[in-house]
Design a protein around this ligand. Structure first.
Ligand code: CA
Length: 614
């Protein structure tokens, strides 16, 4: 101990004299001309960089203000980019006295043309992919240099080696199935020693994890997705970062993250965010508590954190030509920041869509977070889309329960009847499962009929359907417990897999039946405006039969679900307001012609989707 102290005393005066100044990184690493907002805030990081003098010599690109923070290793440069600034490369010089100690070639790129672009919408169906578990297209990146967790396919919670190449290789499969949008769980660098595969512990917001590929690979993936007429949704996380994020070892200021005397977990009670009776204690713990000890909670009250995260999203939208963002743990962040984030993106990309994970059980709570909600506190999130978690809950119960006054298929009816809460119900993302919950089949005692009912429902109700990869081949979570087993490898995605379920030959009879069921509805849905934008009307469920109609000026569609085990013959007099002008139809799952609509036979635990004809 004594020796170390002596050594410190010897070293200290020398280091003070030398005052080493160095430049390590500038973020965002480049930007664009032609944005509506002329301001850009650069985070500059490097040893004692706050001691440096800054100069930029580039027409229309100026330093407006230099912000210093507690840690001298950071500077935040407020830049302005005038409308006259041309694309090109600006040189930012960092000097200590007269000596140049750092030089950064800052590129201002020309913006992509966005004319005619549309965000994902109710005309789309989202295929949700967990990249580590979908397909390993490049085994050479499985154990990238400098990243701590090696690949281990035997560990359900370990890295399995899937990557961007694996997704690119199977885009044709995704499109052929009938999907129109791909949501990939986060691809950012997660240099964490454990559980790094899931991607939600980001260690570099500007870098695709090398085990998934490069930034350029991601941009190319976006181009391929667009070339096939599909859309790309990026999964982002601004509530927390990974504990191994590079800045955690040298924070710009202590309040960069929400600090606690000791590790303090959030209560995960998202309902506190809308509860009028919430205690300050619970509310504070929800927003400022950490999601996990490996997930430090970012403090979006700090204006530099706020700018950093907002600019990061705009950077990826522009760089990768995104069509949408899925924002993780949305209400866990400081809400004023989330609203500013949504507003800034909407200003630059009015057509863009973003969906927030607001995991709450009641429509009123979820609706609070949708853009233009009529909230008593006048909060407007600017978030166009939210996940329909109340419907997810209803779907997990509806087909398992016995029919009664308030159970069974009535669950679906009840949730839809609450749609008055939402400013825009057709911009809800509807789903039966995702990467965070048990696979739908597991919750339905492996009854494929119930899975088909759920899929037919989400594909014909209002909103934007999301289907989790593997649903089409009856994937289950199986015997294992824990998150890893909800995210099993897609068979055939790895060299040497005993079968390739990406092909009909590699699928079992039952799997092909499910694949074909989805394929039929998905392909048909693509051009069905009546589902994309048509109106919705339903009838109170009776004795397990739930009937609803989708209609517009051109077309009417009838969906009937039977939640009873036995087939039922129903007389349709009750639906006269829709059927009086229609006398026949086509059932689209079977292709069967229906000559008489007055009486219909609905299979037990079954569903019919009927295009009505005069
Ligand atoms: Ca790989």
């Amino acid at each position: 101990m004594l020796k170390r102290i002596t050594l410190l005393f010897i070293l200290l005066p020398i280091s003070l004299l030398a005052q080493e100044v160095a430049l390590t990184r500038v973020e965002p690493p480049f930007w664009w001309t032609g944005f509506k907002k002329a301001d850009l805030q650069l985070m500059v990081y490097g040893k004692n960089i706050a001691l440096a003098r800054i100069s930029v010599d580039y027409p229309g690109f100026k330093v407006k203000k230099i912000n210093k923070v507690v840690n001298p290793d950071y500077l935040f440069l407020d830049m302005t980019i005038s409308p006259a600034a041309r694309p090109g490369i600006a040189t930012i010089l960092f000097r200590e006295k007269e000596k140049v100690v750092g030089k950064y070639l800052y590129e201002l790129k020309e913006r992509k043309k966005n004319a005619g672009k549309k965000g994902f919408s109710s005309a789309d169906v989202i295929y949700l992919v967990m990249p580590d578990r979908f397909a390993n297209g490049d085994v050479t990146n499985d154990n990238a240099t400098g990243l701590t967790e090696p690949v281990n396919r035997d560990n359900p919670d370990g890295r399995h080696g899937g990557d961007i190449k694996g997704i690119s290789d199977h885009l044709d499969y995704i499109r052929e199935l009938g999907m129109t949008t791909v949501w990939i769980t986060p691809l950012f660098e997660n240099n964490q020693p454990k559980y790094s595969y899931h991607g939600y512990s980001i260690t570099d917001y500007y870098k695709i994890d090398p085990r998934f590929g490069t930034n350029e690979d991601y941009v190319k993936l976006g181009e391929s997705v667009h070339h096939l007429g599909m859309k790309l949704v990026m999964d982002m996380v601004f509530n927390h970062c990974g504990s191994e994020h590079w800045w955690m070892k040298d924070l710009p200021s202590p309040d960069w993250v929400n600090q606690w005397p000791e590790f303090t977990r959030t209560n995960y009670r998202a309902g506190t965010s809308t509860d009028p009776y919430v205690s300050a204690y619970d509310s504070n713990l929800f927003v400022r508590g950490w999601f996990d000890n490996t997930m430090p909670d970012l403090n979006q009250r700090n204006p530099f954190v706020r700018n950093y995260l907002i600019q990061n999203s705009i950077w990826w939208i522009e760089y990768a030509g995104l069509d949408g963002i899925r924002q993780d743990t949305y209400p866990y962040s400081f809400r004023d920041m989330t609203a500013e984030w949504g507003k800034r993106i909407a200003e630059e990309y009015p057509w863009f869509n973003m969906v927030g994970e607001c995991w709450m059980g009641y429509p009123a709570s979820v609706a609070y977070w949708q853009k233009k909600a009529l909230n008593k506190d006048h909060f407007n999130s600017w978030l166009p889309s939210v996940f329909d978690f109340p419907m997810f809950d209803a779907l997990s119960r509806a087909f398992n329960e016995d029919e009664s006054w308030n159970t069974g298929i009535l669950r679906l009816y009840d949730v839809l009847s609450q749609d008055f809460s939402y400013p825009n119900p057709s911009n809800l993302v509807v789903f039966a499962d995702n990467h965070d919950v048990n696979r739908y089949l597991d919750t339905q005692k492996n009854d494929i009929r119930k899975l088909k009912m759920a899929m037919a429902f989400i594909l014909t109700t209002r909103g934007i359907p999301e289907i989790y990869y593997g649903t089409e081949i009856l994937s289950t979570s199986g015997d294992y417990k824990g998150d890893g087993t909800k995210r099993r490898d897609f068979p055939g995605g790895w060299q040497g897999d005993p079968r390739n379920a990406f092909t009909a030959q590699g699928r079992s009879v039952e799997e092909n039946d499910m694949y074909n069921f989805l394929h039929t509805i998905l392909q048909w849905r693509k051009t069905k405006e009546v589902i994309h934008t048509g109106r919705f009307c339903h009838f109170i469920p009776q004795d397990g039969i739930y009937t609803y109609f989708r209609y517009n000026a051109k077309e009417t569609l009838m969906v009937i679900m039977n939640n009873k085990e036995e087939a039922k013959i129903i007389t349709t007099k009750r639906y006269d307001e829709f059927l009086k002008k229609h006398h026949s139809g086509t059932e689209i799952i079977t292709g069967a012609a229906i000559k008489d609509l007055s009486q219909l036979t609905v299979p037990g635990k079954g569903v019919m989707i009927i295009e009505l004809k005069p």
